[in-house]
Design a protein around this ligand. Structure first.
Ligand SMILES: C[S@@+](CC[C@H](N)C(=O)[O-])C[C@H]1O[C@@H](n2cnc3c(N)ncnc32)[C@H](O)[C@@H]1O
Length: 461
């Protein structure tokens, strides 16, 4: 009852004085009237706690103000009148003013002095508790450390932006390089076994897996998945809905198996329709060098970041290239990989060169054949072209996309069928959208095909 009466008085006073009063009914009848006041910088410089043990990199704080403005206010202790938090922030402002630098956003120019927002209304219990808080306010933010791959991803995004300086985060380019090299754990597998056709029967000895197999247990977690960056959000352009929260990407365990099964020591590769560089970055991790080409600026931008984020000894180049006309040299690459658009089930750039933008299945199948002709041209004789493809349903009918794909390639190019793997993709949750989200078409949910072709050794393409 007493609490309710005080609450009413508080509400009346609060509306009268236009202040913020928050009532806590915690049984202690406490009134918390924290608020922000603007105070002169010169005055605030006299309020620094004489025993504050934290030193500051004022240059870094100033750089942050120049990008972000003055975002978070310091805290004054009502009991002592001294700062509990924000010493570095005030000292950095004082340094800027002395150097006649511009007033940062969030600070008011009061003529002779700068006016700085500061939080008031909190009273410490005693001197020891106040000093303990000064330490806690600094220490608690660093406890727990960083999720380093997430930090590296975020910093690379800032570093790649044109309008936000990396230094405004408090991290320098050197810090980022160091972070990336710390993440650069050596891979647990190296392609150091030469297994090329040891018995001369036309079938190479495989490093890890059998020919024409069924690949199971393709979990999304492997030793490289932690270096895979988050994909850009995708919007369903037809409905405007954001059902496709993200684009889909090849499972990293599948790309690992492709690399380990089909690539040989020293192979140089080309990835067509490189998309999110899942294959290229996997190959980089295991020490292979090569190039990835795509026609979509969103993908090319992402690929550059993804390659930077992936540790490994391979050198990878990202280029604009149509998979049907890569402009690469004839007979150059030992290995070609592509996970092309699955017809028009997911659209990308949407331009005339986007193979996913056609709604004509025959045109798409024909383009797949042209892609294979180009793969055959740039491959060295005997080199392998490896493609990932799916089937899809249209109005409930299963369309055998993979066999149409194989037929188009075999009829148009000189490539020969070398291997065929059915891969489980149960983990690709994107394929489990509810029926209502798929009016007519969707990919087959539980598997896709990893199909490998070989360029003839003698006849060429
Ligand atoms: C399925 S995504 C590839 C994703 C990739 N498998 C990954 O996980 O990193 C298909 C890509 O093909 C690209 N593409 C579409 N038409 C193309 C063309 N004519 N030439 C090259 N790339 C093309 C799209 O821009 C898209 O990035």
């Amino acid at each position: 009852m007493r609490g309710a009466a005080i609450e009413i008085v508080c509400m009346v006073l609060c509306s009268y004085f236009d202040c913020i009063i928050v009532w806590y009914d915690d049984g202690m009848d406490t009134i918390d009237n924290r608020q922000i006041e603007y105070m002169a910088l010169g005055e605030l410089m006299t309020r620094l706690h004489p025993q504050n043990p934290k030193s500051h990199d004022l240059g870094a704080i100033i750089q942050s103000y120049q990008t972000h403005g003055f975002v978070a206010s310091g805290i004054l202790d009502d009991r002592t009148g001294l700062f509990l938090a924000g010493h570095g922030r005030i000292q950095a402002l004082d340094s800027m003013k002395r150097q006649h630098m511009d007033v940062p956003d969030g600070i008011r120019n009061g003529g002779d002095d700068w006016l700085v927002p500061v939080q008031v209304g909190y009273s410490s219990k005693n001197d020891v508790q106040a000093k303990a808080y000064i330490v806690a306010d600094n220490k608690l933010t660093v406890l727990g450390g960083w999720d380093e791959p997430a930090l590296a991803e975020l910093l690379q995004e800032v570093a790649g932006s044109v309008d936000v300086a990396l230094e405004s985060t408090g991290f320098s380019g050197d810090d980022l390089d160091e972070l990336l090299s710390d993440l650069n754990e050596p891979p647990t597998w190296k392609p150091d076994v030469d297994t090329a056709d040891p018995s001369g029967d036309g079938i190479e000895e495989l490093i890890g897996y059998g020919l024409s197999s069924f690949w199971k247990d393709l979990s999304r977690e492997n030793e490289i998945s932690k270096y895979m960056l988050t994909l850009p959000p995708a919007i369903d352009t037809k409905s405007g809905s954001t059902i496709k929260a993200q684009f889909s990407r090849t499972n990293a365990t599948a790309t690992e198996r492709i690399v380990k099964t089909y690539m040989r020591t020293g192979d140089v590769f080309y990835e067509m329709c490189c998309g999110w560089m899942t294959f290229s970055s996997t190959a980089k991790y295991f020490g292979f060098s090569g190039k990835g080409g795509d026609i979509w600026d969103t993908s090319l931008k992402f690929c550059k970041r993804q390659i930077l984020a992936m540790p490994g000894d391979g050198n990878i180049e990202v280029v604009y290239a149509d998979c049907r006309d890569t402009k690469e040299s004839t007979n150059y690459y030992d290995f070609v990989h592509s996970n092309p658009p699955f017809f028009s089930l997911e659209t990308y750039g949407g331009g005339a060169d986007d193979l996913a933008a056609t709604n004509d299945y025959d045109m798409w199948i024909n383009a797949m054949g042209e892609m294979a002709v180009e793969a055959c041209r740039i491959l060295t004789p005997g080199g392998l072209a490896n493609f990932v493809i799916n089937d899809y349903r249209d109005g409930g009918i299963l369309i055998p996309m993979h066999s149409d794909f194989i037929n188009s390639i075999l009829s148009k190019s000189e490539l020969m069928l070398h291997d065929f793997v059915v891969a489980e993709v149960l983990s690709q949750s994107i394929r489990f959208r509810k029926r209502v989200q798929y009016p007519a078409r969707y990919t087959v949910k539980c598997h896709e095909y990893i199909i490998t072709f070989k360029k003839p050794t003698e006849t060429g393409c």
